[in-house]
Ligand binder design. Structure first.
Ligand code: SAH
Ligand code: SF4
Ligand code: F3S
Length: 458
């Protein structure tokens, strides 16, 4: 696999300086997952590198980039709505440039739709085009024509792209790109391309730099981090990578997402248990508690495999918390299938659950499966999940009351005068008392309110 080392586009920097009287301003909005947020940070990095400044609001921008998500229909509709709403800004400022990037721009039909129905969109580029953005922009400024790039499959890894991170203490660190799993409902493998891992030396270098810059909470990203290393010339697994990073001295914590249950191992659990820095929290999306639905989803594990791994983790680390994604109303999901999901949720006791109604994605295997369940039934199932979840969260939160925990202060809390901080197990606590944002603080948990803990500085 080819690695390309990014270098600054000096010609583009000169073009920008000549075209604008004052440094142009950029506004980027990323939808979707952390991978996309990280891409948005690279878009900012690549463009500030050639002379852009960052605008706080779209109204103050010369270039607006919508970095989009295609995972569910609702996500796409939101993007169309948001882009449509820019029409007025464009009329007020004809020099304003509007760009659409990300996963939606990886689909031909969507690019065609922008071309036909959104004439005020100037630039479209896909997830693999961030490094070429300076050239795309120069082409737009030189020709004054729309530059709508059709999605291209690129297998290279681009290293050394400049980045402007949104936070000074929480960082996203991709260790791999793409996905090869083809879960039958999912569009991601089609828009993000084939799975490819970064070399461990490149990851380690970026990681060390983050620690040196004072980042306290570093999340390793990949659609399935547990298959890290596949196809690399070096012989390395995800657990081995974790051990390598955990050995870096410093005051920080490591998180990772997402783990696919089919590739999550006891070695991974042992690695977490033996580590100094890895968060005691596992995001392990189960999607469904029915073996028949899991098979139709092409998930390649059974409920029994899943529960046995969770049971092992609970034995090794009683303090560990879990979170999951659940799809409700997958084609053909019966009341019985759904009851099996309810049973599983009760058994695992997730601290956090992300629940989605199945959304049909054109081109995926599930799109052609019969789906007779009425939408109303599906929304009722979601409500049933949420009701169970409320009880579970109250129980897990209640067990924290009275404990003193180390938590990373993230910013203002919900109530006036409070701060919010994130525990190692990914719970959040709102507490009274001053403490510096971006640093760890010891907080005594005094109560629970919904999914949020309440506390005071210890
Ligand atoms: N790679 C990750 C997450 C990818 S998308 C993983 O495997 O867990 C995040 C979540 O969106 C998925 O876990 C799934 O629950 C949900 N999702 C993906 N496609 C969906 C669809 N077509 N309809 C509803 N939910 C979907
Ligand atoms: Fe989608 Fe499955 Fe890949 Fe996750 S592992 S991105 S759900 S295909
Ligand atoms: Fe969405 Fe693309 Fe992430 S489809 S969930 S932004 S990989």
């Amino acid at each position: 696999m080819e690695t390309i080392r990014f270098t600054k586009n000096e010609a583009a920097a000169r073009t920008i300086a000549a075209y604008y009287d004052t440094p142009p301003m950029l506004y980027v909005h990323s939808f979707g997952c952390q991978q996309n947020v990280n891409d948005g940070e690279k878009i900012k990095g690549v463009l500030t590198d050639i002379g852009f400044g960052l605008a706080a609001r779209p109204e103050d921008a010369d270039l607006i980039v919508f970095n989009t998500c295609a995972v569910r229909e609702h996500a796409e509709q939101r993007v169309f709505g948001n882009v449509g709403a820019l029409k007025g800004l464009k009329e007020a400022n004809p020099k304003l440039l509007i760009a659409v990037s990300g996963c939606m721009a990886q689909q031909k039909e969507i690019v065609e739709k922008f071309k036909k129905h959104y004439p005020f969109v100037d630039i479209v580029f896909g997830v693999n085009g961030i490094d070429t953005l300076p050239d795309i922009l120069c082409e737009k400024l030189a020709t004054r024509k729309r530059v709508l790039r059709m999605p291209a499959e690129r297998g290279e890894i681009i290293e050394d792209m400049p980045i402007r991170r949104d936070s000074t203490f929480r960082a996203w660190l991709p260790i791999m790109y793409g996905c090869d799993n083809f879960c039958s409902y999912c569009i991601v493998p089609y828009v993000r391309g084939r799975e490819r891992s970064r070399a461990s030396a490149d990851i380690l270098r970026e990681f060390r730099q983050l620690v040196a810059e004072g980042y306290k909470d570093i999340t390793l990203l990949g659609q399935n981090v547990n298959s890290y290393g596949k196809g690399l010339p070096e012989d390395i697994t995800f657990a081995a990578l974790l051990r390598m990073l955990d050995a870096v001295p410093g005051d920080y914590r490591i998180r990772f997402m997402t783990s696919h249950p089919k590739d999550a191992t006891r070695e991974l659990i042992d690695t977490i248990a033996n580590s100094a820095h890895i968060s005691r929290h596992l995001h392990l999306p189960v999607q469904s508690g029915s073996n028949s639905i899991l098979a139709q989803m092409n998930r390649k594990y059974t409920v029994e495999d899943y529960l046995s791994l969770i049971a092992y983790a609970k034995r090794r680390m009683p303090e560990m918390t879990y979170s999951s994604d659940i799809i409700v109303g997958f084609p053909g999901e019966t009341e019985e299938d759904f009851c099996a999901t309810e049973t599983l949720i009760r058994e695992v006791e997730y601290m956090q659950l992300f629940t989605f109604i199945y959304s049909k994605r054109t081109g995926t295997a599930a799109a052609s499966m019969p789906d007779p369940t009425p939408h109303k039934e599906k929304t009722q199932r979601i409500a049933r999940v949420l009701a169970i979840q409320e009880q579970v969260v109250a129980k897990l939160g209640g067990a924290m009351v009275g404990k003193t925990v180390r938590a990373l202060v993230e910013g203002p809390g919900r109530e006036e005068g409070t701060l919010t901080a994130r525990l190692d197990n990914n719970m959040t606590v709102d507490f009274a008392g001053g403490a510096p944002v971006g640093e760890f603080a010891d907080v005594r948990v005094t109560g629970v309110r919904g999914a949020m803990l309440k506390g005071e500085l210890a």
